[in-house]
Structure formats: C-alpha cells, structure tokens
Design a protein around this ligand. Structure first.
Ligand code: ATP
Ligand code: MG
Length: 566
C-alpha cells in the first residue's frame, strides 16, 4: 500500500483518542505506552491477533512502545507451556516487545503493600462470608447489595486476619480481602469487589511463596499504573469494570493515571473463540492438540499455512469498532488466498490418481519441462518437471463416457498436459471388477510446450505427474472445524456442530519431485487443487505430509449464493 493511501485511511476511534491526547499534551513525554496482557491459561487464538495488532500497531504508529504482560494471577490454570507459546506466536506475527516483558506476578509484593495500605486507611476489609453468601449479599442488577456483617471490622482486626491469610493459616474460601466501596452502587463491580483470595496452588513463577492471590480488577489497573501504560485497551466485556479500574488507579494518586478503552472483540463464523472451549476440544481429543491445523489458534493457523501478513490484512479489513459483530469466515479465507496467490510456489500434485500410458512415447525416456514457480510474481524462478511414458492425472479429469459439456479427457478427445504435450485418449484398461486402471493415449510430438504448428486448439488442460519421478506423500485435506455459522446455535451444544469432514486424509498422493525440497513454512499451491504447506510436526524426510491451507476458490460462499442463502 502506498503511503498516500495509508494516510487517507480514516482514523479509528482509538487513534482519534490518542491523537487528541498527544495534541493536548496529556501523554507524559508524548510517549504512547500500550500493553498486550494475555492470561497464560491457553494458547492464543485469532481474536487475540486483533488485540495484538491494535496494541502493538498503535505503539508502532505513534512511535511508543507496547509491553507484553503475562497476566498470571490464577496459578491453578496457568502453565509455562502457555507462556512460551504466547511469546512464540507474537514473534511469528512480527511484533517485538523488546525488553518490556512483564508478569503480573512481578508485582505481587507491591500489590500486597498496596493492600496493607488500603486496610490501614480503612478502605479494605477481610470478609468471612462464604462465596455463596457473598453472592447473596451482592444483590442483582435491579436490587442493591447488602453490607457484609464484617464490613466494619476494626483496622487492627483486618490487619491481623490479612496477615494470617498470607501466612497460610486458613483454608481456601474462608476469608477474602475486599475493597470498601459501595454495596448500593448501580454497578455490581463496585459493590466491594474482592481484592485477594486464598489459593493453595504452585505458581509457575513464584512457586509456593504465596497462598493469597490478587484479583484481576485489582491487579490489572495497578500493573498498568506501575508500568506507565498510557492507553489500556481491552475488549467490551470490561466496560462495566472501568469504574473499578479507575478506583484502583486512583489509590496512589498517580499523576498520570492510565485510562482504559474498550473495543469490540473479534468473532468469526464457524469458529469458537474461547480458551475454555478450545481446551475442552484438546482435552477430549476432538482435535490433535492446540496446534491442530483446524484450531482457530495462532499455532493452528500457522501449521495450516496461513501467513502473518494475511492475518494482519484480515484484522485491518475488519477494523476497530465499538459494536460487537460476526465476521464471516470467508473474509478470512479471502485474505489468505490473496496473500498466497502472490507467494505460493506452483506445483503439480495428483490427489486422486489415474494412470495414463502414452503408447507412442519411448519407454525409459525422460524429458524435463520448465515450470514457472509463480506466474503472479515477476521475479519468479523456474523448476523442472519430469515427463515420462507413464503418468498420473486426476480421476475426475477422465470420463469413459463423457457427459455433455465435458471437455477433459475421454476416448477420442485431445487435451493439453500442462507445460508438456497434447495427448489423445484411445482406450481403457480395466481390472476384473470393471474399474479403470489405466488409460492408453498417444501424444503429438509436435505439440511440445503446449501448442502445435497447425495452431489447433484444445479445450481441456490437465495437471499430471510422472509415475516414476514422483514424490509419494500424505495429504491432509482440512476444512472448517464446525459446520454451523454459530457452533451450538441450534442444539445448545457446540459439539453437535463439529464437521465430520473437517479432516480427510489421503494416504498416498503423487506430487512432482520438486515438492521434496519444500520445508515447513514454505507456501505452496498444488495447481487446481488448492494451497498447501508441509506439516511442521508430522512430516519427515521419508514420509512427507502436506496440509491443505485452503481451497483455491471459495466454493462454499458460491454455493450459498447459488442457493440464495445470505
Ligand atoms: P478467552 O475469552 O478466549 O478465554 P480472554 O479474554 O480470557 O480470552 P486473555 O488472555 O485475558 O483472554 O486476553 C488477552 C487480551 O486479548 C485481552 O485484552 C482481551 O481483551 C483480548 N481478547 C481476547 N479475546 C479477544 C477477541 N476475540 N477479540 C479481540 N480481543 C480479544
Ligand atoms: Mg480472560
């Protein structure tokens, strides 16, 4: 995109806020500081890509910085494996947090001191209501809450109980430290929110040092304040938490308190975007892991063959708004195809093979044709394709008795073999059950390279591979993991909408030999079949495995259009 067009793009609401803040000197040193704060309780998904692009993107655009903050306040669900995958995925997207790698657990000491201070000032108390009672006392959206009988405990008593909570004297669920705000507030999040709970779990970073852990609404704003975040950007479900955020950042009279801004989360049709549900699919073997190529996780789409550029393009087309909506899966695939069309190396692969024997081609002869790697790329290289007497074409490229309008190979018809010769089918060879095992053809030696001296035209062109100079490989045909636009929308159970055809394995496909040089991370197109990549996990030198990234055309949305479905 040219600079000019970039400039012409209207500002989104976050950019407007930032430009306004910069213009009126509300940002210390004019340095925008954002953060991406994943909780390391699962792998990142496509929704997170939007948040990453917004946070790192704004920092880049306004020459500020973006912190990576692992929001690790729930040791029971968090794991080093998740932390490592999160870092790896952000790097893959092309973003860099430099030295600004933080953990909420880095602030446990500070948070504890702040909590003690709140108790000293009479702004927090230790509550002995059980979680059930606390719910009861909290009230509802229409009814105010009730004060806990412990709300007026003395400062000394609060201090003593909180210390003992910290020292591990009480079981889980017996005591909670709460902020003393307002049980009648119309905002439930302001009805004396919990600040600390007791939890006996080993933390991935602090081990067994703590048995009390700070809550999100307390930890997050204070972490932002400590790091000097200027714009704390999150999704809309946190809008109701903003007063609690502001309450926490005002505790220490911070001069430049960070502010929270909310945008609409990304939802994509045919996808689930909740770590909890994705974890369920993994744990119950509905998929092979977090990085199963059907998963809407970053590691899944990476393995599927999506590129970071395609995903950034997708997120930028979706835009930043404050209204929740659903983005169609086909828009994402459109971006993937646009990108791969420019990048993918074209190869010939026969997925459903039928043998062709060219009777007038000398046995044992090998000829090499040059094939362009990518006709969409002006700097494209070339590679060689071996042509021999016996070849494979796709089964669907031959019909013994052609239907009307069929222009591919059938007895008596002439077609072009891509890059090579014209061939005419003469007869078929069948097994005892009547299945065609080979088609006998003749070729026209004058048609080398795809045209003849007499200029005669043929209507069909087939891709093919030599039966001898060939790579036998496994091909995994992936499709959407869920059939329904909103998984679970009809029966209430998203598992009912799993697509039984989301993975079809072709154990033995034939691919031109050049494919043996492909490595994980290379982008490939199997001509007429789709975009593919080498599987990064299961592919070995002796047994290569190729994943279908996506089909060449969006047959699905075409089909819907045909049927008049929106
Ligand atoms: P999930 O609901 O899938 O479990 P989460 O919100 O619990 O996700 P976090 O690790 O807390 O996941 O999220 C890190 C950041 O990513 C948060 O700022 C959150 O607002 C943002 N985020 C999460 N899901 C989406 C989404 N679908 N679209 C945009 N941003 C998202
Ligand atoms: Mg969360």
């Amino acid at each position: 995109m040219s600079e000019e067009i970039k400039e012409a793009k209207p500002l989104n609401f976050l950019e407007k806020i930032i430009e306004d803040d910069l213009a009126s000197n509300r940002v210390p040193n004019g340095e925008i500081v954002t953060r991406f704060p994943p909780e390391p309780n699962g792998y990142l998904h496509i929704g997170h890509i939007k948040s990453i692009c917004i946070n790192f993107g704004l920092a880049e655009k306004y020459k500020g910085r973006c912190h990576l903050r692992l929001d690790d306040t729930n040791p029971a669900k968090e794991d080093m494996e998740y932390i490592n995958s999160i870092k790896d995925d952000i790097k893959w997207l092309g973003f860099d947090w430099g030295n600004y790698e933080y953990y909420a657990s880095d602030y446990y000491d500070q948070l504890y001191e702040i909590a003690l201070d709140l108790i000293r000032k009479g702004k927090a108390y230790v509550d002995s209501l059980t979680p059930e009672q606390m719910k009861e006392y909290r009230g509802t959206l229409t009814e105010p809450g009730k004060n806990s009988p412990d709300r007026d405990r003395s400062i000394e008593e609060n201090m003593d109980l909180f210390l003992r909570m910290k020292n591990g004297e009480f079981p889980e669920g017996t005591y909670t430290l709460r902020a003393k705000i307002d049980m009648a507030s119309p905002n439930i999040n302001m009805r004396d929110p919990a600040l600390y709970r007791i939890k006996y779990a080993e933390h991935p970073r602090t081990g067994n040092k703590w048995c009390i852990y700070p809550m999100y609404d307390f930890t997050h704003p204070i972490s932002d304040a400590i790091e000097g975040i200027t714009h704390s950007i999150c999704t809309l479900e946190f809008e109701d938490h903003r007063p609690a955020y502001d309450w926490a950042t005002e505790i220490d009279n911070i001069e430049h308190a960070p502010h929270q801004y909310e945008f609409a989360r990304l939802n994509i049709s045919h996808c689930l975007m909740s770590k909890r549900r994705l974890l369920y699919l993994v744990n119950n073997n509905f998929v092979s892991g977090w990085d199963d190529p059907r998963m809407p996780t970053v590691s899944g789409i990476r393995r599927r063959g999506y590129s970071p550029e395609a995903m950034k393009d997708f997120v930028s087309r979706v835009g930043v708004a404050k209204v929740e909506g659903m983005v169609d899966y086909s828009l994402m695939e459109f971006c993937v195809r646009e990108d791969l069309n420019k990048k993918a190396k074209r190869l010939m692969a026969v997925l459903d093979p039928l043998k062709i024997i060219i009777d007038n081609y000398p046995e044992g002869q090998v000829e090499y044709f040059e094939a362009e790697d990518n006709p969409e790329d002006e700097n494209s290289g070339k590679h060689k394709v071996a042509f021999t007497r016996e070849l494979y074409i796709e089964k669907e490229d031959f019909m013994e008795e052609p239907v009307k309008g069929y222009h591919r190979l059938y007895p008596g018809n002439e077609i072009r073999l891509k890059h090579a010769y014209y061939i005419t089918a003469n007869s078929v060879e069948k097994d005892a059950d009547g299945n065609i095992v080979a088609v006998h053809c003749t070729y026209d030696p004058e048609s080398k390279g795809g045209s003849t001296p007499d200029g005669r035209k043929v209507r069909g062109t087939s891709h093919w591979v030599s039966a001898e100079h060939v790579l036998e490989a496994e091909v995994r045909q992936y499709d959407k993991l869920f059939k329904a636009e909103v998984p679970g929308s009809t029966t209430g159970n998203y598992l009912d909408d799993l697509n039984p055809e989301s993975l079809v394995i072709l154990p033995k496909a034939y691919i031109e030999l050049e494919a043996a040089n492909a490595k994980p991370g290379d982008y490939l197109q199997f001509i007429r079949n789709g975009y593919y990549c080498v599987d990064s996990k299961d592919s070995t030198e002796d047994h290569m495995v190729f994943n279908r990234t996506c089909t060449l055309k969006d047959s699905w949305s075409k089909m819907k259009a045909k049927m008049g479905i929106k």
